[in-house]
Design a protein around this ligand. Structure first.
Ligand code: GDG
Length: 755
């Protein structure tokens, strides 16, 4: 403690002492110079005065040639300790009279030519002297010159003394300032520490009345926020009982399902199915994986728990590949769970999916400046389809208390509908997109119905604490509920919903000995694009959605080439854009804008066949995406708003060479975890261009440092952990309900016996 406080004091004192020493070093020669000048001026005046005093007797004695009297006069004059010698020269310049002390080497001394003041400093072997001459005139006749020599050594002595005083003064000043600074710093330090302690006390004991001093307020705000984040992280970790030490894999998840949810049925509900069967032009059938973050994540869970996944059968050959219960076992190569397809009519799909979900809720929850559209007819279909899926869940349930995992904004009403028939079910609803602030959400004409539907869930999950808090605020504003902020629970209609954050992630890839090396991927991608092997490549992978910031990304590429023309013809940005919701006007317009912008930039900056933007609007297989990720020098994720964004994490997972740079929008959930990415505001085009330039010139050591740290985090915080934490929380709540119903049963039996 003592050492730390000495260290703290030294931190103030050392720079202060250095600055003062430097100041002293510069000031002392200056002061020296001033002192000398000052004394010289003094001696000049003195010499003139003396000359005038000696002039009259001398002019009297000179014609008499009274050398004895003259010498006497001179000797008397030099009784003065400072006047060292006096001499007289006749008009011809012959030295006639002088005191014994007069330095012979001076002779008939003349001031330097051009010295108007006729005075000078002369350094003699016996020390420095000041010499001044004065012309003697009588009735306009030149009688000769009087030369007065003053001793200057006393000035050197005084100058040395002055130096000592100045140094002493600065030392004292340094000491005084240091002491005051250290004292003030220690007092402030103690004040801050006490302030932080107060803030902590206020946070931990909400009832303790704590006033934050005004100068502490900015710091207090930050401390409170950090504390809350930490609290919630801990809460969700300790709630799951695992801490952060556990390594989450598919097997861990399987073990968890077998131990904590032994024999319990797991049902997943999502709009998008994980496998789509499509007819090929030749009449054959092929299976496709959709481009969806949700599917990527939940698929990993289903493989581990082998339950039933209920989803909309949207593929052209889906009907042909299911049994009479609309079931098909998937994945097709080694089936491990059941896919139950729900069939929707075109009107249902239009109203529920395209209309209410994607023209209403999607823009409502994403702040991307696209106006939500709410039509009553869409809402009716949304209610109807939610009921149809709820019926499918109820039909698939083989027990009265299944674990139901409801995915996303397509099914806001379903939890309440399932709960109505299966009150003991554990319903976990995960909202994959952001939750806006209460005011923004308030524009939805059916806001109360949506919130009511969602609160049919046992657990409600969001990606970030921010979305979770927005949800609590929204419920607080529009429904009559009891909210426990500390425990993050909502009590509504006699039922409790736990609201928590579970940041989603990806399945960490298993090492694959057959996988192409990074060098092979780099060569393959460049060759297939007709680019030289040393061509630099940026990559973007998204659904072709207006929330993903593709326009802003292209703008940043264009700005980069304006700022750094040496990159023209040496850098290309490959944008993979999987078509999505193509029947909606908003998406068609967006695609047209993206294409037009790419064409314009390419027309401006293409060199031969090397276009700066390579736009691939088509679906790609996951393996192809990995090759692109591995081949790229930089990956750009510039979403205007995104719940999490899995592409950022997939890029990191693909880079086992620990190279490549991630540029990441600050408006993604992922930005809360991936601090080592180059974080940008996608609306700030200049910043995006600068980040690209930084990424393309980043030294490999720095790339490795950043990549290594992000890889470690994603490996730990993978999708199994995401699902595991949710399922463990579910198991804990089920266990509590189980105990409560046993207690209830015992007390009822006891009451009956008593009766
Ligand atoms: C929602 C939330 C949240 C893309 N193109 C192709 C393809 N993809 C894959 C990517 C990635 C997934 O799609 C996209 O996931 P994102 O997370 O980036 O975004 P959304 O689809 O909007 O997902 C989002 C997510 O849900 C999970 O909760 O992170 O915030 O909006 O896996 O690789 N996959 C294939 N071909 C493509 O052309 N196979």
């Amino acid at each position: 403690m003592k050492f730390r406080s000495i260290g703290l004091s030294l931190r103030f004192i050392v720079p202060l002492a250095l600055v003062l020493a430097l100041f002293g070093y510069l000031v002392i020669p200056l002061m020296d110079n001033f002192t000398v000048r000052w004394f010289v001026r003094d001696l000049d005046m003195r010499s003139q005065l003396l000359a005038r005093t000696l002039q009259d007797p001398l002019l009297e004695y000179l014609p008499q040639k009274a050398s004895g009297r003259i010498n006497q006069l001179f000797d008397r004059a030099i009784q003065d300790e400072r006047l060292y010698a006096v001499a007289f020269c006749d008009p011809k310049g012959v030295l006639r009279y002088k005191t014994a002390t007069y330095p012979v080497s001076l002779g008939c001394w003349h001031p330097l030519v051009g010295d108007p003041e006729k005075k000078s400093l002369v350094r003699l072997p016996q020390g420095p002297v000041h010499v001044a001459e004065s012309e003697l005139m009588q009735d306009g006749v030149d009688m000769g010159r009087l030369i007065l020599v003053h001793d200057m050594s006393f000035i050197e002595r005084r100058s040395a003394d002055t130096k000592k005083y100045i140094l002493g003064f600065f030392a004292l000043l340094a000491l005084a300032i240091s002491l005051i600074t250290v004292l003030v710093a220690h007092l402030s330090w103690r004040g801050w520490i006490n302030g932080v302690k107060e803030v902590l006390r206020g946070e931990l004991m909400p009832r303790a009345k704590v006033e934050t001093p005004p100068d502490m307020q900015p710091l207090a705000g930050d401390v409170r926020q950090m504390l809350r984040d930490y609290h919630f992280e801990r809460q969700s970790d300790s709630g799951s009982g695992t801490g952060t030490g556990i390594e989450w894999t598919g097997d861990t998840l399987k073990d968890l399902l077998q131990q904590d949810l032994a024999g319990d049925q797991v049902l997943v509900v999502s709009n998008r199915e994980p496998y789509i069967h499509e007819f090929k032009p030749d009449g054959g059938i092929e299976v496709r994986r959709p481009a969806s973050g949700l599917v990527t994540a939940v698929e990993a869970v289903m493989r581990a728990c082998s339950g039933t996944w209920i989803a909309h059968g949207a593929g052209s050959a889906d009907h042909q590949t299911v049994d009479r219960h609309a079931h098909v076992r998937v994945p097709p190569d080694h089936p491990s769970y059941t896919l139950r397809r729900v069939w929707l009519s075109p009107e249902e799909e239009q109203g529920y999916y395209y209309g209410f979900a994607n023209e209403g809720l999607w823009p409502l929850c994403h702040i991307a400046h696209v106006r939500p559209v709410f039509r009553s007819s869409d809402w009716d279909q949304y209610v109807k389809v939610n009921q149809r899926f709820a019926d499918a869940v109820i039909a698939e349930a083989t027990t009265d208390n299944p674990v139901v995992l409801v995915q996303d904004y397509h099914f806001a009403l379903l939890p309440r509908m399932v709960r109505a028939v299966l009150p003991k079910a554990t319903i976990i609803t995960f909202w994959h997109i952001p939750w806006p602030n209460s005011e923004s959400f308030g524009i939805c004409p059916w806001r109360e119905e949506i919130l009511d539907g969602m609160l049919g869930s046992t657990i409600l999950g969001f990606h970030t604490p921010f979305h979770r808090k927005n949800f609590l605020d929204t419920v607080d504003r529009y429904l009559e509920t009891r909210i426990e902020q500390e425990a993050s629970t909502i009590s509504y209609g006699g039922q409790l919903t736990q609201v928590a954050q579970y940041p989603i992630s990806i399945a960490w890839p298993e090492p694959d000995p057959d996988a192409l090396s990074v060098a092979e991927c780099r060569a393959r991608v460049r060759t297939s694009l007709g680019l030289p092997l040393d061509h630099m490549i940026g990559i973007g992978v998204d659904r072709l959605d207006y929330t993903k910031g593709i326009i802003e990304r292209f703008d940043a590429v264009e700005r980069l080439l304006e700022l750094e023309p040496s990159l023209i013809g040496r850098f290309s940005f490959v944008q993979i854009a999987a078509p999505t919701r193509t029947s909606l006007d908003e998406y068609q317009n967006f695609e047209a804008r993206v294409r037009k912008l790419a064409d314009r930039i390419n027309a401006r900056f293409s060199v031969g066949n090397h276009a700066p933007i390579i736009l691939k609007i088509e679906h790609h297989e996951q393996e192809q995406l990995t090759v692109y990720f591995r081949a790229a020098d930089v990956c750009m994720v510039t979403s205007l708003h995104d719940g999490m964004n899995l592409v950022a994490k997939e890029f990191i997972a693909a880079r086992d060479d620990e190279k490549g740079v991630l540029i990441l929008s600050q408006f993604t959930g992922a930005a809360r975890e991936l601090h080592e990415a180059l974080i940008v505001n996608p609306y700030h085009i200049e910043q995006g261009a600068e980040a690209l330039q930084k990424a393309l010139t980043m030294p490999p050591v720095e790339q490795r440092e950043r990549m290594r740290s992000m890889r470690r985090r994603i490996k730990d915080f993978n999708v199994y952990r995401w699902a595991g934490r949710m399922l463990q929380d579910a198991a804990r709540l089920r266990q509590r309900d189980h105990v409560m119903s046993k207690i209830d049963l015992h007390s009822r039996v006891a009451a009956r016996r008593r009766a």
